[in-house]
Design a binder for this molecule. Structure first.
Ligand SMILES: [Fe+2]
Ligand SMILES: [Fe+2]
Length: 383
């Protein structure tokens, strides 16, 4: 573990996320992921690989139980989903438009923006681009999860966690596979990784402390994904996508629970300064996740300026509600881990500024998992 200064002050917003104002719309919307033509990207992994000679299976009973559950919950992305379903994306996008859907916009005023003059054709295109972008970001996030859980297998010191994480590597490979196949065979275009998601994934992979992989990926990225999948699952009527999401979500609830169970143990042994660093990382990840949801790459592709994009998304009251609801898993899990109230409630203050603190008493993910265990492969309240 890195040596930390017990008396060091909390880092500033500038030091954590590179800007002082968390709501600097210009900075948020001007950061756009772009295709640089490369097929691969290299990120240094600075975390030591750990062997363990303590092979006693079940010394951490909850992780062992999760491992046993994961072994029997595997499914096959090739054969368990109805890939022969015909999906007419344009027709679905058009129907959504008739039903009042306008891409990522909910109830924003379009006055004074380029979008004020848009007609049916532009809105239907936006609906399709929004779906292409969402599914692309899910796919990239899943690859991040695949790499991070492979990293956890290497770096976590406990055998029960190595065993469990190895099942998650298989889960995440399957998730990348099914999102990629859906994009390739049912939709009409890919997007590169969102720039804010990319910044976070780089930080998670580069961090030298093994527990930060858990916090960044298992709690923050997966926590938001679980909420986003649930939302899309509830909204879509396309049967293949609905089933795909239902299967993925059943796996994801285990993944977030793995993070909570593992971090509870390691955090209970940490000093105040070490916990402060985890709070700062949780805040960074939460902001990156919020910024990642703005769809910068869509606006860039359809030719809407950052200024107009900011006006119609971040200042849209219903959209703000939707975005904050995506934190309904993250905030209670941070609370359960003791991160909200350490250091005089620093993270509580940050989450209050972000407008997401109201979720602190929502059910944490270990309860989602228990609901899953009651014989249903799906998450509570979402079918
Ligand atoms: Fe996943
Ligand atoms: Fe996952």
């Amino acid at each position: 573990m890195t040596t930390v200064d017990n008396n060091a002050p909390m880092l500033s917003n500038q030091e954590i996320i590179g800007r002082e104002d968390i709501n600097d719309l210009q900075a948020i919307f001007e950061s756009v992921g772009r295709d640089d033509g490369s097929v691969v990207k290299t990120v240094d992994n600075n975390c030591p690989t750990m062997f363990t000679w303590d092979y006693e299976k079940g010394s951490r009973p909850k992780l062992d139980k999760l491992y046993e559950k994961a072994k029997t919950a595997q499914w096959n992305g090739s054969t368990d989903l109805p890939w022969d379903t015909l999906v007419d994306q344009e027709k679905i996008a058009h129907q959504s438009y008739l039903d009042g859907s306008r891409g990522p916009i909910a109830s924003a005023s379009l006055d004074g923006t380029q979008l004020a003059t848009w007609g049916e054709k532009e809105w239907v295109t936006l609906n399709m681009e929004y779906q292409n972008w969402m599914l692309s970001q899910f796919m990239h996030g899943e690859q991040g999860a695949l790499l991070c859980t492979a990293k956890i297998v290497e770096t976590v010191p406990w055998i029960d966690a190595k065993y469990y994480a190895s099942t998650q590597v298989m889960d995440e490979a399957r998730h990348v596979e099914v999102f990629s196949r859906y994009l390739d065979t049912k939709l009409n275009g890919h997007y590169v990784m969102n720039s804010h998601l990319g910044l976070l994934l780089d930080d998670i992979v580069q961090d030298s402390r093994w527990d930060m992989t858990y916090l960044g990926m298992q709690i923050m990225v997966e926590g938001l994904a679980l909420a986003a999948f649930g939302y899309m699952h509830a909204m879509t009527e396309e049967p293949l996508l609905k089933k795909l999401l239902r299967y993925v979500m059943a796996d994801e609830a285990r993944h977030v629970a793995f993070g909570v169970l593992s971090l509870q143990e390691i955090y209970s042994e940490m000093n105040a300064a070490e916990i402060r660093e985890r709070q700062e990382f949780a805040f960074e990840a939460a902001l990156r996740m919020r910024d990642r949801m703005q769809g910068q790459e869509i606006w860039d592709r359809v030719g809407v300026t950052p200024r107009d994009a900011a006006q119609v998304t971040m200042m849209d009251p219903d959209r703000v509600l939707f975005q904050s609801a995506l934190f309904s898993k993250i905030v209670p899990n941070c609370k359960k881990l003791g991160l909200l109230d350490a250091a005089d409630g620093w993270l509580r203050t940050k989450f209050t500024e972000m407008g997401v603190i109201a979720f602190e008493d929502f059910e944490d993910t270990t309860l989602d998992l228990d609901a899953n265990a009651e014989g249903s492969p799906v998450l509570r309240g979402v079918e």
